[in-house]
Design a binder for this molecule. Structure first.
Ligand SMILES: Nc1ncnc2c1ncn2[C@@H]1O[C@H](COP(=O)(O)OP(=O)(O)OP(=O)(O)O)[C@@H](O)[C@H]1O
Ligand SMILES: [Mg+2]
Length: 707
């Protein structure tokens, strides 16, 4: 009997020890996360301190003095001429001129500039100014094709060497590299050419030896680093370029790179003395918002369709991102059924089909692409007006990238994320094995759950940049709302105790089951609490480390279960409170953040589509950008000379007559409308007068009759 009692105590001690060990490892994990956040905050603090000292180009070895790339340079007027008369760009954007100057001065340069910031101009302009040939390494065929087509439309001799370029083209390029007799201003290659083709490298060597290799540009340079989000092994071998051509300036460009990725790039490309230009991650023209996602799938599609119809009725381009291939196909179909021109795009489609969809969309023949994240880096379309996330991204970084495909032309555009707590376990069971995968996911969940914090500031915090004014360009800043904080600690305790009880019985529970069990056990609650409210609370407890997700693999899937987290006891012992935000906010679903085309703008839009269709491969925005359309219709030029002062010489020479014809036609039809309106007004006045007189007559006659 005594031994039985000892056995019992031993068993319960073992259980307790197991429990304590579990808590210790959870606490250690939590501590790791806190350390990591601490180091992020320290970097942020340094960045804030640096932002109050004058921003200067800097060398990582600390050897350079402050250099002023904004001062006048001898090539200024030639650069201005090419910028305006060839590229049709009326003024530089932030840092563009300085970058061009540093490259022209023969320096290696690292450019970190947000998506759509205008990185291409930074190397294309010096490519023309410097003479000789510029080599551009770019990771994707579609990006290269877009760029070559765009440059060709501007009359710049740009070529590419890729797996798809034909023999004739290859022969021409190799001869031009070797002999230098034909014009080859810009040559685009994929990284594989540099790392794998000896023939190409030997031709490049000849070009260099003849003093004709004037600049090397590495686009999407983050692909060099395995800490970046799109690591490409062939990018690692690009170090050979600087080793072989040490005196040729190199410019590496990317939209996002943390400090770690930047250092990696500098080391891997062998450009330790580069001049670094880091622009803000801020995209001031993007309006960020999060909408509550209904439990009913059809209602979500209804809302998306309504949003597109209400705000983008002129066929303005957009993207809807979905979680899975199946969802893409289904939602594209449902949008079509609601009268929206939509098609899907995902990795499992045939390449030709995918290209076809992409091309229709690029040519504005299809309004919406419903895609998975596979629809990514190759998107070069500048006039994407909205990016909708049907479910949340896996991190703030990927959300920034994906939503950032909107508004690359700088015009107002919208990024809407549909969030529902029930979507979190789907993502977490995909990312839990990635380095910091769960922590990154919980960061974006916090972004979605907040009803008060500026959405933009979350990006600044994430990229370690000092905050900037949002100017009301997110839902939380724009919509004055009554947000109340509610203490839900008692309910949270119920949830945590229930999880604890089940754990003690070795039972596993998913988030969905937990909600159901809670409502069954506490019937009084089920009347008050909706399923999504319980899910919302459970997810909040997970991101706050009170609960924790655990994963189990089956042969077909990975399932996410809820267990107690490192801070569970703190809550149960009353040392931690849990508060949620509730809002009485009414999202103005009909809010129109982007201005739609006026009559004349629509006509110019039609014209650019016609010209693009006639040229086959040329894209509409290469003919005229949306910004240029806006300028033309507001300034209404009525001569080629006036038009040239808006869009530059090249485009005026090419399309000026057609544009003016549209303008004249518009003025005539405006005049006709005006005349018709006047006539109508006159008619209606005289008919009113007649009616009045008639009435008077009638009245008189009736009076007479009466009399
Ligand atoms: N100074 C400028 N003024 C007006 N438009 C500009 C200017 N510079 C570039 N653009 C336009 O902005 C759009 C985006 O430019 P670009 O493709 O170079 O962006 P990016 O920085 O390379 O973006 P991403 O990271 O997405 O590749 C293009 O349509 C381009 O013509
Ligand atoms: Mg680019």
């Amino acid at each position: 009997m005594e031994s039985e009692a000892i056995q019992d105590e031993l068993q319960s001690l073992e259980l307790e020890i197991k429990d304590v060990q579990g808590q210790i490892s959870a606490l250690i994990e939590h501590q790791d996360r806190l350390y990591e956040r601490k180091s992020e905050l320290k970097t942020l603090l340094k960045a804030v301190a640096a932002s109050v000292t004058p921003v200067a180009s800097s060398c990582p070895d600390g050897s350079s003095a402050v250099e002023n790339w904004s001062e006048p340079f001898e090539w200024d007027s030639r650069a201005d001429d090419i910028r305006f008369n060839i590229f049709g760009i009326s003024k530089y954007r932030a840092n563009q001129r300085e970058i061009v100057n540093a490259i022209m001065a023969g320096r290696d340069v690292l450019v970190i500039m947000a998506a759509g910031g205008g990185k291409s101009l930074c190397y294309q302009l010096p490519a023309i100014l410097r003479g000789g040939t510029t080599l551009v390494v770019s990771p994707l065929l579609s990006l290269i094709q877009d760029q070559v087509m765009g440059l060709a439309a501007l009359g710049i001799s740009a070529y590419m060497l890729t797996s798809t370029s034909g023999k004739e083209n290859e022969k021409f390029v190799y001869k031009a590299l070797e002999k230098g007799e034909d014009d080859l201003k810009i040559l685009y290659v994929t990284p594989e050419k540099v790392s794998k083709s000896k023939r190409f490298m030997s031709k490049l060597e000849k070009c260099h030896n003849a003093g004709r290799l004037s600049l090397i540009s590495i686009d999407e340079a983050h692909c060099c680093s395995q800490w970046g989000h799109d690591f490409r092994p062939d990018y690692k071998n690009l170090s050979i370029l600087k080793t072989q051509f040490p005196k040729v300036p190199m410019v590496a460009l990317t939209a996002t790179a943390t400090q770690k990725v930047q250092n990696d790039l500098i080391e891997m490309l062998h450009i330790p003395k580069c001049v670094k230009f880091v622009s803000s991650v801020n995209r001031p023209n993007l309006f960020y918002s999060v909408r509550e996602k209904s439990l009913v799938g059809k209602a979500v599609v209804d809302e998306i369709a309504e949003f597109i119809r209400e705000s983008y009725s002129n066929n303005e381009s957009g993207i809807v991102y979905c979680f899975s291939r199946k969802e893409c196909e289904q939602i594209a179909g449902e949008l079509r059924a609601r009268g929206i021109s939509a098609d899907y795009y995902h990795a499992e489609m045939d390449v030709n089909m995918r290209e076809k969809v992409h091309m229709r969309w690029s040519k504005n023949k299809l309004q919406v692409i419903v895609g998975t994240v596979a629809f990514g880096m190759g998107i070069n379309k500048p006039d994407v007006r909205f990016v909708i996330h049907h479910s949340l991204s896996k991190s703030m970084e990927t959300y920034y990238q994906e939503s950032g495909r909107a508004g690359r032309d700088g015009l107002p555009s919208e990024c809407v994320l549909f969030f529902r707590s029930g979507d979190v376990p789907r993502q977490s069971s995909m990312v839990f094995y990635e380095y910091s995968g769960l922590q990154n996911l919980y960061d974006i969940v916090r972004y979605c759950q907040s009803k008060t914090k500026c959405r933009r500031s979350a990006f600044f915090r994430h990229f370690g940049e000092p905050s900037q004014d949002c100017n009301g360009m997110c839902d939380n800043c724009a919509l004055s709302s009554e947000v109340k904080e509610v203490d839900v600690s008692d309910l949270a305790k119920l949830v945590v105790s229930m999880v604890q009880d089940m754990q003690a019985k070795d039972q596993r529970v998913t988030m969905l089951q937990l909600g159901d069990k809670l409502r069954t056990k506490h019937k009084d609650l089920s009347a008050e609490l909706k399923r999504e409210e319980i899910e919302h609370l459970v997810i909040k407890l997970i991101v706050d480390s009170v609960l924790k997700e655990e994963f189990l693999h089956t042969p077909y899937s990975t399932n996410a279960y809820v267990t107690t987290g490192p801070l569970a006891n703190q809550l149960l012992q009353g040392r931690k409170t849990i508060k949620t935000e509730t809002s009485s906010r009414q999202i103005n679903k009909k809010s129109k953040r982007s201005s739609s085309f006026s009559g004349l703008e629509s006509k110019l839009d039609e014209l650019r589509k016609e010209i693009s269709a006639a040229h086959g491969s040329m894209l509409p925005h290469t003919v005229l950008s949306t910004q240029q359309i806006g300028l033309i219709s507001s300034q209404k030029p009525d001569s080629l000379q006036e038009l040239e002062s808006i869009i530059g010489k090249l485009k005026t020479d090419k399309y000026g007559d057609k544009i003016l014809e549209v303008m004249r036609h518009d003025t005539v039809s405006e005049q006709l409308v005006e005349d018709a309106t006047k006539e109508e007004t006159c008619k209606s006045r005289s008919s009113k007068r007649a009616k009045t007189q008639k009435n008077v007559v009638l009245l008189e006659s009736s009076e007479e009759e009466e009399a």
